[in-house]
Design a protein around this ligand. Structure first.
Ligand code: G1P
Length: 310
């Protein structure tokens, strides 16, 4: 167990994922058999973090009910961001309930690797990855191995090292003080108060922040990326309980939740079936079947299937 509090901003709607986000926040979308938030919490727990602050907003009840029922062993706190004013503002909402070291991980960021290098507790750190087109991310400028600048979604990036959405701070009061400064200055990028600008403020105040390279990062922003992520995670975390093998034809890798009902189906490769789903006489390949989705006689490939968009 460690002293970090995790802050997970999950207020966003995820407009690029409509209609799937019509009834839940983006972080509640399923991939590889579980909502994105579950993949994140698995990682957070593996780091020994037991206290999690969720910054909720859009469709908050769905997230709160899920977390309360599935993670009763964690100390969870929910704070609300009432208006979508940007990531910096969302994180600032956690100020009244967080002291000491904090680890921020964005609600649409799946990192399927070891997060411990980020939260070892010796330095302020940000997760980074080299990307082909950094213009849609926060970008890190390095001098040698040292971070000398941050910029949010620059038109002319100074490097191709992107912020992946995981940040750790030894003392969150410094971060909140910088967020306050950014908010008071009125500075926005793309009309939003940015966390990246608070990182620049920390640097200007002489606080050092080290980059930690992360390779297994999936930014689940579009249906196409969700399906790709589903494939990659299934290659690593496939699981089909024995009871489903008797009267179905299953080609690995697949994930079928224990609570699902699956009868007379041909599934796979790359099919994930979440909690409470019911599938009868279906042929599916490369598909995400979301929680509580009922399908009968469905043939589909390369698709997300959920109970609302059938
Ligand atoms: C946010 C951050 C950005 C970071 C990105 C990672 O942007 O502002 O710095 O690189 O997450 O996914 P958003 O994706 O919310 O536009």
């Amino acid at each position: 167990m460690n002293k970090y509090t995790a802050i997970i901003p999950v207020a966003g709607k995820g407009v690029r994922l409509l209609p799937f986000t019509q009834h839940c926040p983006k972080t509640m979308l399923d991939v590889a058999g579980q909502p994105i938030i579950s993949h994140i919490l698995r990682q957070v727990e593996q780091c020994g973090i037991r206290r999690v602050v969720f910054v909720v907003g859009y469709q908050k009840e769905v997230l709160i009910a899920y977390v309360r029922s599935h993670y009763p062993h964690l100390e969870t706190v929910f704070v609300e961001q009432k208006e979508p004013k940007g990531l910096g503002h969302a994180v600032y909402m956690a100020k009244p309930v967080v002291t000491g070291p904090c680890f921020i991980i964005l609600g649409d960021t799946i990192i399927d690797g070891d997060l411990l290098p980020l939260v070892k507790g010796e330095k302020n750190a940000v997760g980074v990855k080299t990307v082909a087109d950094p213009r849609r991310f926060g970008v890190v400028e390095l001098k040698g191995t040292e971070i000398v600048g941050f910029e949010e979604k620059p038109a002319q990036p100074k490097s191709n090292l992107a912020l992946i959405g995981a940040y750790s701070f030894l003392e969150c009061s410094q971060l909140f003080s910088c967020l306050e400064e950014v908010i008071a200055s009125g500075k926005t990028v793309k009309n939003e108060i940015q966390l990246t600008d608070a990182l620049s403020c920390l640097l200007q105040r002489g606080t050092s922040i080290v980059p930690v390279k992360m390779n297994d990062w999936f930014d689940c922003g579009t249906v196409e990326i969700m399906l790709q992520t589903n494939q990659i995670l299934l290659r690593r975390h496939a699981h089909v309980p024995e009871k489903f093998r008797a009267n179905n034809q299953i080609s690995a890798p697949c994930y079928i939740d224990e609570s699902a009902v699956v009868e007379n189906c041909v599934l796979g490769p790359y099919v994930s079936v979440s909690e409470g789903a019911v599938l009868k006489n279906c042929r599916l390949e490369d598909a995400i079947v979301s929680r509580e989705t009922h399908l009968e006689g469905k043939t589909a490939s390369h698709l997300i299937l959920d109970k609302y968009s059938l």
